[in-house]
Design a protein around this ligand. Structure first.
Ligand code: PLP
Length: 542
C-alpha cells in the first residue's frame, strides 16, 4: 500500500490495441449475448421423450412451424390450449446454460462484491446465518393455505418479531404484511384516513417536507390527498414554525422522515408532533432511516402515530434484486384499532398475533388487508435471526457504528468536498453537494461515473432534491476501517484529479466498464422487455 492506502501493484495502462480483442472480451470480463442470441433452435440440452405422433422437431423456421401438428395432424396440447407454432426456446448444452447465468450473476454489483455507498438505501451486509435460518424446512416448506394449527411455529415467529419491533419503537401494534417501505407508507396513511373517517373528519391535505423521499408525496396523492410542501430551513431540518403556518383543519397528516434524507436528526420533532396533534392531524414517520437510531430513541416517545420499518434496510434482509422488501408498520394507541390484519399487538407483558378481523375483537376496526396471506415470511425469519444474533445491545451498537462510519467518511473528506449545511455531525449518512466541483468542468454525474472505473458503485446522486448536485453516502456499520480508508483515499484522489483539470477523463468515464454511458432516459421510457428475432435471422432460416 502507498501513503494513500492504494495498492502499489503496477497497473499497466491499457493500450488501444490491447482493448481491441478478437472476442470483445476483456480478460474475465466477457461479452455476454442474450441467451436467445447464443442458443440454437435445433438442439436441446435435455433428453425429452419424443412426442407421440410427432415425427420431426420444430426448429423455429416457418416451414417447420407449419408441421407443428406433426405427422398425424395431432396438435401439441396443454389442456385446452393447442400450440400452433414452435416453442422457439434456445437450445444450449448444460455447461453453456450454466456459464451464461453464472456470468450474468457476476455482472451485478452487489453488497457481497464491494462497498455499496448508496445513501437512503442502507445497503448493509446480509448475514449468512439469516439465509441458513430462512432455509430451515419448517419455515421454507410451509404454505400460507395450511391450516393455522399446523403453522404455529411460523405465527409464533411473526409474533416475536412484532414484539421486538414494538419494543424498539414504543408503539402499540404492528401490521406485518406490507411488502416494502412504500407499501408500508400506503398502509400507515390508510389507517390514518380510516381513523379520521371514523370520527367523521374529512381532511384533504398532507404536509410533506421538501427533502422527502418521492414515495411520501406519491403515497399521499394515491389516497387522494393534495400535498403541501414544507421547505427546509438553512440547516437542512424542518422548522416547527413553517409547519404551524401550514396547519389547518384541512390537514390530515404530516409525513416526516427522521433522521431526514439529508442525514440530519430532526431535533424539533417533538414540537412538530405537538403542533400537528393540536391541529387534529396525525404524524406519519417515514422510518426508512431507523438504522441510525435503533436502541437510541423510541419513535413512540416522539409523538409518532404510524411508521414503517424497512426490514430490508434496518434489519439486514437482502434487497435491490437480492430479495423482496418487507415494510411492517407500527401504530400508536390511537391508530392501533385500525391496523389491517394480520397484525401483532401488545397484550399484557407480551404480544399476540391477530390473523383475522374476527380475532381483532371489540373496539378494533381493521381497515382490511394490504396483501393476501401474512407478508414476506422468509424476510421475517431473516430479520428475527438478525435480532437474535445481535441482541438488544448489539443492535444499539450497530446504530452507533453506522453513525460513526458515516462521520468517519465525512471527516476524511470534509477538507476536499463541500457539505450543504456546514460541517455538522451527521447521522448514518453524509451529504455532500457539488460546490467543490465549481470551475472544474466535472459534474456530480461525471464524478459518480469515475467511481465505477475505480470499482465502486456510485453513491446516491441528485437526491435529496433540495441540494444542488447532491451526493449522499451511507457506508453502514458493516464496513471495516480498512475498507472505509480505501474508499476515502479513492474519493480524495478523484477530487484532486478533478481539481487538477482532468475533466476530460471524468467526461469519458466509465472507461473500463463493459458498457459506457447509456441513454438512461430512453431505457426508462422505452424499455425493451421482449427479445425479437432480428429480421435477417428469421429470413436466414428459410
Ligand atoms: C427506501 C426509502 C423509502 C421506500 O422504501 P422501499 O422499501 O424502497 O419502498 C421511503 N423513504 C425513504 C426515506 C427511503 O429511504
Amino acid at each position: 500500500m502507498n501513503e494513500q492506502g492504494r495498492p502499489t501493484a503496477p497497473v499497466t495502462a491499457v493500450t488501444e490495441d490491447a482493448a481491441n480483442t478478437f472476442t470483445g472480451n476483456r480478460a474475465l470480463q466477457m461479452e455476454e449475448p442474450l441467451i436467445f442470441e447464443t442458443g440454437r433452435y435445433d438442439v436441446t440440452g435435455v433428453d425429452l421423450p419424443q412426442e407421440a405422433g410427432r415425427a420431426e422437431r420444430a426448429t423455429g423456421s416457418k416451414k417447420e412451424a407449419a408441421s407443428a401438428e406433426g405427422a398425424t395432424g395431432k396438435k401439441t396440447r396443454l389442456g385446452k390450449h393447442a400450440r400452433t407454432a414452435p416453442i422457439d426456446l434456445p437450445g444450449l448444452t448444460e455447461p453453456e446454460a450454466m456459464r451464461h447465468y453464472v456470468r450474468l450473476s457476476q455482472k451485478n454489483y452487489a453488497i457481497d462484491s464491494g462497498l455499496y455507498p448508496l445513501g437512503s438505501c442502507t445497503m448493509k451486509h446480509n448475514p449468512r446465518l439469516n439465509e441458513k435460518m430462512a432455509r430451515l424446512p419448517g419455515f421454507a416448506d410451509i404454505h400460507p393455505l395450511q391450516p393455522v394449527a399446523t403453522v404455529t411455529g411460523a405465527t409464533e415467529l411473526i409474533t416475536e418479531l412484532g414484539r421486538w419491533l414494538l419494543e424498539m419503537t414504543g408503539m402499540r401494534s404492528v401490521a406485518m404484511s406490507p411488502k416494502a417501505g412504500a407499501h408500508g407508507e400506503l398502509c400507515g396513511m390508510m389507517a390514518i384516513k380510516a381513523a379520521l373517517t371514523a370520527r367523521g373528519d374529512k381532511r384533504s391535505t398532507v404536509l410533506v417536507p421538501e427533502s422527502a423521499h418521492g414515495t411520501n408525496p406519491a403515497t399521499a396523492a394515491l389516497l387522494g390527498y393534495s400535498v403541501v410542501d414544507v421547505p427546509a430551513r438553512e440547516d437542512g431540518t424542518v422548522d416547527p414554525a413553517a409547519v404551524r403556518e401550514r396547519l389547518s383543519p384541512d390537514v390530515a397528516a404530516i409525513m416526516l422522515t427522521n433522521p431526514n434524507t439529508c442525514g440530519l436528526f430532526e431535533r424539533d420533532v417533538v414540537a412538530i408532533a405537538d403542533a400537528v396533534h393540536e391541529a387534529g392531524a396525525l404524524f406519519y414517520a417515514d422510518g426508512a432511516n431507523f438504522n441510525a437510531i435503533v436502541g437510541k430513541v423510541k419513535p413512540g416517545d416522539l409523538g409518532v402515530d404510524a411508521m414503517h420499518i424497512n426490514l430490508h434496510k434496518t434489519f439486514s434482509t437482502p434487497h435491490g434484486g437480492g430479495g423482496p422488501g418487507a415494510g411492517p408498520v407500527v401504530f400508536s394507541d390511537m391508530l392501533a384499532p385500525y391496523a389491517p390484519v394480520p397484525f401483532v399487538r401488545i397484550a399484557g407483558e407480551g404480544a399476540e398475533f391477530v390473523g383475522t378481523r374476527a380475532e381483532a375483537g371489540e373496539g378494533a376496526a381493521p381497515f382490511g388487508r394490504m396483501t393476501a396471506f401474512h407478508g414476506q415470511m422468509g424476510m421475517f425469519v431473516r430479520a428475527m435471526a438478525y435480532m437474535f444474533s445481535h441482541g438488544a445491545d448489539g443492535m444499539r451498537q450497530a446504530s452507533d457504528d453506522a453513525v460513526l462510519n458515516a462521520n468517519y467518511v465525512r471527516a476524511g473528506l470534509r477538507d476536499l468536498m463541500s457539505q450543504p449545511f456546514g460541517d455538522r455531525v451527521c447521522m448514518h449518512e453524509v451529504l455532500f453537494d457539488d460546490h467543490f466541483l465549481d470551475d472544474t468542468g466535472v459534474t456530480t454525474l461525471d464524478f459518480a461515473k469515475a467511481m465505477i472505473d475505480e470499482g465502486y458503485h456510485p453513491m446516491t446522486m441528485y437526491f435529496p432534491l433540495v441540494v444542488h448536485g447532491a451526493m449522499l453516502i451511507e457506508p453502514t456499520e458493516s464496513e471495516s476501517k480498512a475498507s472505509l480508508d480505501l474508499f476515502i483515499a479513492t474519493l480524495r484522489d478523484l477530487v484532486m484529479r478533478a481539481k487538477k483539470g482532468e475533466a476530460e477523463r471524468f467526461r469519458q468515464a466509465p472507461q473500463l466498464a463493459p458498457r459506457r454511458r447509456l441513454d438512461e432516459t430512453r431505457a426508462a421510457r422505452q424499455p425493451k422487455l421482449k427479445w425479437e428475432k432480428p429480421a435477417p435471422w428469421s429470413e436466414a432460416a428459410e
